[in-house]
Design a binder for this molecule. Structure first.
Ligand code: SAH
Length: 381
């Protein structure tokens, strides 16, 4: 159920995505075609094996064999698939080792109906620039029998190249949430390292990290270009996650403030700033629509550039109103949903901003999803 467009040629997929965004800007945003300056979509040169993260559910087939794969669309029936072409080649090797390990140790996969069995999911992540690999078993229990044997099999001579971090996560809840809150480290430092541009990130099993690092670098490179920084600017990065955009921009700005609702993401952002020696980025935990007005009204903070990268539902209207009050020179809107993008751009356009350059970036080949980025400039009127 994941790759809605896989039957289409990649060229047609790209056209489909550009058209969808354009249609939304016209239909929902009520922009005239000549007001919209979208450059050609940034597609991938190689639209396969781009995902650095996979989470495979484990179960049994009709004959009782242990299988790993994906849930069939809208169900929890597992379709066996070890080598998804969007994922890395190591996935298959790792799943084979985990299955052999389970057989040797007589470990059962989890069964949702009876809430019995141990192995629920296997999370695999790879740093594309470092080739470091992480494996984390999500288990319905607080002990993993034979854990030393698992480490030996994954790291030994017949193991997996680049194996850097092995752990398990305890999830004994009856839930659709994949990862449990507790992580038990079995091997390595508890994280893998990767780079976007020249910024280094430490990624632990629970950290958020963009799944397509190649296109992320191009998208955030475009954000940097649109921000037009000279070194003197005060920049706000709203919905900053682990600070990927903030740290990218901090290298060219006077000061960057990031705002994000998830406290753990802000912990990651602060640590990532530190390991990169970036001292001009400051992070706030909270809702963009609360932190920004508070900082503006109470502390009179300024903004030359505001970058937003909200979730699918787009920006809260209080957030947009505060942006309009702060009147930065430029707003850079990064969006994963072009319908709410169009709605919010209309609001900002009516509030005194003019749409500048824009572009789609294909972060998720094979799926209907696309990222878009649009520059808005303060109108002179
Ligand atoms: N640029 C980020 C990803 C942004 S995804 C990165 O590369 O890491 C959108 C983020 O907005 C998520 O991290 C989500 O937790 C956060 N979020 C959702 N609602 C929010 C709100 N009201 N205020 C601030 N952050 C919010």
């Amino acid at each position: 159920g994941g790759c809605q467009l896989q039957a289409m040629s990649y060229e047609e997929q790209l056209k489909f995505k550009e058209r969808k965004v354009m249609n939304n800007l016209i239909r929902i945003g009520k922009f005239d075609e000549d007001e919209i300056h979208m450059l050609p979509i940034m597609g991938m040169e190689e639209p396969w094996r781009y995902r650095n993260k996979a989470q495979f559910p484990f179960g049994k087939d009709k004959d009782g064999n242990v299988i790993a794969g994906f849930y069939a669309g809208r169900t929890h029936a597992i379709v066996e698939a070890e080598d998804c072409l969007l994922g890395v080649e190591e996935n298959r090797e790792i799943l084979d080792i985990v299955k052999r390990f389970m057989k040797e140790m007589k470990i059962e996969p989890y069964d949702e109906l009876s809430h019995k069995g141990l192995v629920r999911h296997v999370l695999i992540r790879k740093g594309f620039k470092t080739d470091e690999i992480m494996v984390c078993l999500v288990i319905n229990g607080n002990k993993l029998p034979g854990k030393e044997r698992l480490v030996e099999m994954l790291t030994g001579v017949d193991g997996v190249k680049g194996m850097t971090s092995i752990s398990y996560s305890v999830n004994q809840e009856k839930t659709n949430v994949i990862m449990g809150k507790e992580i038990v480290n079995l091997y390595g430092p508890g994280y893998i390292t990767d780079y976007i541009g020249n910024v280094k990130y430490q990624i632990s099993p629970l950290s958020f990290y963009q799944v397509n690092p190649v296109q992320t670098e191009r998208l955030y490179g475009t954000a940097l270009e649109y921000a037009g920084l000279t070194g003197n600017e005060i920049v706000w990065d709203l919905y900053c996650g682990i600070g990927t955009i903030s740290l990218f921009l901090a290298q060219k700005a006077k000061k960057v403030y990031g705002v994000e609702i998830v406290p753990q993401a802000i912990e990651d952002a602060r640590r990532n700033a530190e390991i990169n020696g970036i001292h001009n980025a400051e992070f706030f935990v909270g809702k963009a629509e609360e932190v920004l007005p508070e900082q503006f009204e109470k502390n009179h903070v300024q903004a030359d550039v505001i970058v937003v990268d909200p979730p699918r539902k787009g920006c809260d209207v209080v957030c947009l109103d505060t942006i309009l009050k702060m009147r930065p020179e430029r707003v850079v809107y990064v969006s994963c949903d072009s319908a709410t993008l169009a709605r919010d751009l209309r609001y900002l356009a009516d509030g005194g901003y003019v749409m500048g350059r824009g572009r789609c970036c294909d972060m998720f080949p094979g799926t209907v999803h696309t990222e878009s980025i649009v520059l808005l400039q303060k109108s002179v009127k």
